[in-house]
Structure formats: C-alpha cells, structure tokens
Ligand binder design. Structure first.
Ligand code: GLU
Ligand code: ZN
Length: 297
C-alpha cells in the first residue's frame, strides 16, 4: 500500500496574500492535486504581535476566490499550544532541552551563533527561552527539484530555540509538530524557507517520526532582488478579478499557457494546470524577478 499524498499551505496572517505567497499556495496545490492528494490549509498565527487583524480571514477568502479548494478543516496554530508545550515539557524532563537566558547581544559577541553557554546553567523558567539539545545535526538535505542543499555547519549544530523568551513558540517546532500531526507527506513552500529546513529535519529525527519530502519553489523578488514580503509592503493580490494574477502565477511556475486555456474559466484553468504540472517545467533558479512588486499594480 502506498501512503496517500498530503500537502499543505501554511500562511502566517501577518498581512494579505501577495504574489509570492500565491505562488507558494498554487505550487503546493498543484503538486498535491496532481498526486491525487489532499491539500490542507493551516493558519500559522503563532505570533500575535506580528499579526494583522483580519488578515487570516482575508487570506482564506482570497484562496477561495482563486479557486483553490482545501481538504479538511482549517487548522489554527493559536489553538494548538497544548501540543507544543507538552512536547517541550517532555524534552525538558528528559534533559533534551534546557532554559537559556542569553541575550541577542551576547550571542552576537560569540560570532552570531549560540555556543552552548547555558547548557549546564540550570536556569529556571522565568525570563528564559527553551533550547533543544542538538543531537541530530543536519548539514544537507534533498530537495526534489534542486537536489542536495547544504546548510552551514555552525547553523546545523546549534542548540536552537523551540520556545522564545517572550513565551511564543518557535516556528520550527510548531510547523514540524503540526505537519506530523496532520500526516503531511511533502512540504512545498518558498525558497526563503530553505535555511530552517535542516532544523526541521533534525526535529523529525529527535521525535523518531517519518520524514517528509521537500520542494522549494522559486522566490518572487523585486527588481532590487528583495523578497516580496508583507514586511516590504508587497501589494496584496487582486481579490475581485483573480484570473490575470492566476495566469501570471502559473507563468511564474513555468507553464506556457495556450490561448484557449487563457480564455477558459478559473476552474478550467486550474484543472488544465493540475493535468500539465511537472517539476521539470519549474525554473531552476531560486529567485525570479516579478513585476508584481510595485504597489501601482
Ligand atoms: N508560515 C510560514 C510563512 O508564512 C510558512 C511555513 C511553511 O510553509 O513551512 O512564511
Ligand atoms: Zn543562554
């Protein structure tokens, strides 16, 4: 028996969807649907200070307007703190994690990497971050499009933070516990998340869980090479007239779209894209300039 493909799109509600996040949504959707798989939607609302009010429902609305249908109920990370905390407690009890009170300044003085300063200090919980004892450093991994990707050794060996000093759960921990819990078999996302992938794989190994495949999609960048992001005020994509932007996102993903498909309905375009999607059409570069960075569009 082969396991069913389960993919997902996991946006953070720090602003409306922009062109770059639509590419990630669409790429993960096409990859899942062309494998007769499920495509899950998870709202990564882990960081309330960075959240923009109303962004989560706007993102969901946009995904719907673009014709991307998710399977199962939407999962919200803000409702899953117990899952994250109980794993942290377990690791603390087993001495696989410990409290750390290093400041950013201290770590900067050590050359930008945490060197194990608090490992034997037995700090208490108050004003502390929690770090995982790194027992499974991952210095390279396989990306199904880009092949072997290497990770700087110092980064791979660091005891990284799984809960921040301000009490917020770290993205790497939440993403892995959720992907395992939801049965995700393949992670398709933007190339901006290549670097944390090694840490995420080390978490699978620490947990003894089945590892997943990774596919990193080219990143949409502006003319200056900056990533389109909410922080850069990348414009929200058009919610009322999705077709032109959908066609642009498909072109970005390497499709050459015949005229009759361009003239079809949104759902027909998506069905055509599911049927024609293949990894070797994807551009090989990890960054691609797009005109969708200008607020005038
Ligand atoms: N929530 C992350 C983001 O919006 C993506 C997480 C992931 O796909 O692993 O950047
Ligand atoms: Zn420390």
């Amino acid at each position: 028996m082969t396991t069913q493909y389960i993919g997902r799109f996991a946006p953070s509600p720090s602003g409306p969807l922009h062109f770059g996040s639509l590419v990630a949504a669409l790429g993960s959707y096409l990859q899942a649907k062309s494998h007769q798989g499920k495509w899950l939607l998870r709202i990564e609302d882990l960081d309330p200070p960075r959240e923009v009010s109303g962004a989560a429902s706007l993102i969901i609305q946009t995904i719907e307007n673009y014709g991307l249908e998710w399977d199962e109920e939407i999962v919200y990370q803000s409702q899953r703190h117990d899952l994250y905390q109980s794993q942290i407690d377990k690791w603390l009890q087993e001495n696989n994690a410990y409290y750390c009170q290093c400041t950013r300044k201290q770590i900067k003085e050590d050359g930008g990497f945490y060197l194990g300063h608090c490992k034997e200090k037995h700090h208490s919980e108050k004003n502390s971050a929690v770090r995982l004892v790194m027992q499974h450093p991952v210095e390279s991994f396989n990306d199904i499009k880009h092949g072997t990707i290497t990770i700087p050794s110092k980064l791979a060996h660091e005891d990284f933070i799984i809960k921040r000093r301000d009490g917020l759960f770290a993205y790497n921990l939440a993403v892995v516990l959720d992907d395992i819990d939801q049965g995700v078999t393949e992670v398709v996302r933007g190339a901006d998340l290549i670097e944390p992938t090694g840490r995420q794989i080390s978490l699978y190994r620490q947990l003894g869980a089945n590892e997943v495949n990774y596919l990193h999609l080219p990143l949409a960048v502006d003319e200056k090479g900056n990533k389109l992001s909410k922080q850069n005020y990348a414009p929200a994509i058009d919610n009322s007239n999705p077709k032109p932007t959908l066609l642009a996102a498909l072109t970005f993903l390497g499709f050459i779209i015949p005229l009759e498909v361009k003239q079809a309905t949104l759902n027909e375009i998506l069905q055509w894209a599911i049927q024609h999607w293949q990894l070797n059409q994807l551009p090989t570069g990890l960054e691609i300039t797009t005109p969708f960075s200008k607020p005038s569009i």
